[in-house]
Design a protein around this ligand. Structure first.
Ligand code: PGA
Length: 240
């Protein structure tokens, strides 16, 4: 099982030219890399970027129809997109995505033949209140309700307080959470399922390697640092 290194470009960059530029640099820097690399740019660039595995940052849970502004899993699959991020904390926070909406998206993504990067993680308030594991359990249970087969699921543990803050989670705490998630998945799903658990939250090349080696993450979800090709290539290499 290769480590999975995902670039979440979020709502960046602002021009196609810039997107192509970063993409091409990542492509040449990762030739022959021994890790699975996925780039998740904004929807508008997906059809224009070729030569690396692509992921979308969101989908809607209907296949087609009168849903102004939305994009379906089928559309993405037909475009050659392989992955989709579901449950990111920014969507939970700014777009009011509930566990139930996330579950609808999850089922639709799998039905469309997409692989999922399923984001979960506690806020600082939940962590301080000692509710971390409870939150992770609820997000997994509800997000994966009705999903029997975890083959196309990758779980990204992203503590909300660590995202975009420079305040990355310690290796010890990350390992604890990853172990907890693994155990919970094995309990609630078919045993022996080899689901990759990623870490995300202020990952950069100085800290990326230790999440793989010491926290035993099976990959990384990288936001800010993935827009700097040189830095992102270093992160990929640290995960080989
Ligand atoms: P960050 O974002 O690396 O900028 O903290 C991670 C994410 O939101 O997936």
């Amino acid at each position: 099982m290769q480590n999975l290194i995902v670039a979440n470009w979020k709502m960046n960059p602002v021009s196609l030219e810039e997107a192509k530029n970063i993409f091409e640099q990542i492509k040449s820097g990762t030739e022959g890399a021994n890790a699975e690399v996925v780039i998740c740019p904004p929807f508008v660039y997906l059809a224009e970027l070729k030569g690396l595995t692509l992921g979308a940052q969101d989908i809607f849970y209907e296949e087609k129809g009168a849903f102004t502004g939305e994009v379906s899993g089928e559309m993405l699959k037909n475009l050659g997109v392989e992955y989709v991020i579901i449950g990111h904390s920014e969507r939970r926070k700014y777009f009011s995505e509930t566990d139930e909406i996330i579950n609808e998206k999850m089922k639709k993504a799998l039905e469309s033949g997409l692989k999922v990067i399923f984001c979960i993680g506690e806020t600082s308030g939940e962590r301080d209140a000692g509710k971390k594991n409870e939150v992770l359990e609820r997000q997994i249970k509800k997000g994966l309700a009705g999903v029997e087969n975890l083959e196309n699921i990758n779980v990204a543990y992203e503590p909300v307080w660590a995202i975009g803050t420079g305040n990355n989670c310690s290796v010890e705490e990350t390992k604890e959470s990853i172990d907890f998630i693994k155990k919970f998945l094995a309990l609630s799903h078919v045993e022996g399922v080899d689901t990759r658990i990623l870490y995300g939250g202020s990952v950069k090349s100085e800290n990326s390697g230790e999440y793989i080696k010491d926290a035993k993450a099976n990959g990384l979800l990288v936001g800010g640092a993935s827009l700097n090709a040189e830095e992102f290539v270093k992160i990929i290499k640290s995960a080989e």
